[in-house]
Ligand binder design. Structure first.
Ligand code: FAD
Ligand code: UDP
Length: 370
């Protein structure tokens, strides 16, 4: 029996949408479903009641070193140049994070030049022969005092775990600098989609070979899949009915607030590593460049339960994931891609790259078979 679609794609975030667009452009008929009432996954944006563009699932800043990813997405949006800057509240001070020359000088009342900061860090760092955990990363680069002030509390809040319980890659996302560069990211391409993420996804999915069905859970179609092949981008443990137990995903509660003033804080995000219950406050207008009256902010409160937002990178979780991955490899007509399905702490650009690689492989194979 021929099926009405070539591909059923589960999840309309980056992973599902990029796959849908690539396959549709190559002539495949695609049914793209999402259990949520909108496309874009966690990168979705929309206007709040007062007309300010917000990111309901937390702040999303696009940055990449991959020209292919940047050019690909550029086919669906114009870009607005934006470099993200973050301050961290330590005591009564708001200091640049990643830690740089200004951070060290203001925190300790010093006037060091670059060489002086390098020498300072060399004195205070606790060199590690083997870098295994996030604690090793931080102690090895900045030592105990800066670790306590900037990293320990934030990490405890964000993950409910100690730095020593997380893989090195988590803290390694944050570099240490001896110069005055206060950008959060140093990637070659740092831009926001000019009309927002949702608009970019709409353009991406406007192909006549793509049918989008929202508010539709994979569970509803599972018994009688209307396609020859499936691309699954949801949590991998859900797909296999939690056969080996639940993979931990960290969740967040977002507290959105509209404010009457035109600007709320000096930079896009302020991190709160210590006293507060939330990890950070982001002001969306700083990211989007929107000019309007009033402003909108979001506070992020980490949670153990709720929507799965972050895979939790630590060795035992990686082992459990590998068991699921072995099952996934045996599913002949199903491909798994994306942050939840691959259980990787991926940024948006990495998900796009993984999805482009997958569709290259799928199309390459099919072309070769013909
Ligand atoms: P998702 O966006 O999670 O999409 C998966 C989709 O699948 C969801 O829409 C879900 O509803 C759907 N789904 C799941 N199960 C089912 C089912 N059974 N049936 C139907 N649908 C299903 N990255 C950056 O590059 N820069 C940033 O600044 C940045 N900030 C972030 C901030 C936060 C708070 C978070 C949580 C992430 C951030 N990211 C950022 C990461 C970024 O969100 C992800 O890399 C990217 O959105 C992942 O895309 P995805 O398609 O893999 O997954
Ligand atoms: N981190 C920290 N203090 C900070 C910023 C980051 O301890 O001020 C650590 C923390 O463990 C965090 C990780 O570095 O989870 C990665 O931070 P990033 O800002 O990349 O997190 P994301 O934006 O993905 O939530």
């Amino acid at each position: 029996m021929t099926k009405p679609y070539d591909f059923l794609i589960v999840g309309a975030g980056y992973a599902g949408s990029v796959c849908a667009e690539r396959l549709a452009a190559a002539g495949r008929r695609v049914l793209l479903i999402d259990r949520r009432p909108h496309i874009g996954g966690n990168a979705y944006d929309c206007l709040n009641a007062q007309g300010v563009l917000i990111h309901p699932y937390g702040p999303h800043i696009f940055h990449t070193n991959a020209r292919r990813v940047f050019d690909y997405l550029g086919g669906f949006t114009r870009w607005r140049f934006y470099e993200h800057r973050v301050l961290a509240k330590v005591g009564r001070q708001f200091l640049p994070i990643p830690i740089n020359r200004v951070t060290i000088n203001r925190l300790y009342g010093l006037e060091l030049d670059e060489a002086g900061v390098a020498a300072h860090l060399e004195r205070v760092r606790e060199p590690k022969n083997e870098i295994r955990t996030s604690l090793d990363v931080v102690l090895n680069s900045v030592g105990g005092d800066l670790c306590d002030k900037f990293f320990s509390g934030y990490t405890k809040k964000q993950w409910g775990l100690d730095l020593s319980e997380l893989a090195a890659g988590v803290a390694a996302r944050i570099p240490t600098r001896t110069n005055d560069d206060d950008r959060y990211f140093t990637d070659r391409f740092q831009f926001m989609p000019e009309q927002g993420y949702a608009r970019m996804f709409e353009t991406m999915l406007a192909h006549p070979n793509i049918e989008v069905r929202l508010g539709t859970d994979f569970a509803e179609l599972r018994r009688d899949i209307p396609a020859s092949k499936v691309i699954y981008t949801g949590p991998i443990d859900f797909y296999f009915d939690y056969r080996f137990g639940k993979l931990p995903y960290r969740s967040l509660e977002f507290q959105h607030e509209h404010r009457p003033e035109d600007a709320y804080q000096p930079v896009g995000t302020i991190n709160y590593p210590n006293e507060e219950d939330y990890t950070r406050i982001t002001e969306f207008k700083k990211l989007t460049g929107q000019v309007c009256a009033g402003t909108a902010i979001v506070r992020e409160f980490p949670r153990a339960e709720g929507d799965p937002y972050y895979p939790v990178p630590r060795p035992e979780n990686e082992l459990l994931f590998k068991r699921y991955q072995t099952l996934a490899d045996q599913e002949e007509e199903v491909h798994f891609v994306g942050r939840l399905a691959q259980y990787r702490y991926y940024n948006m650009d990495q998900v796009v790259a993984a999805s482009l690689a997958l569709t290259d492989k799928i199309l390459g194979r099919q072309v070769a078979q013909r």
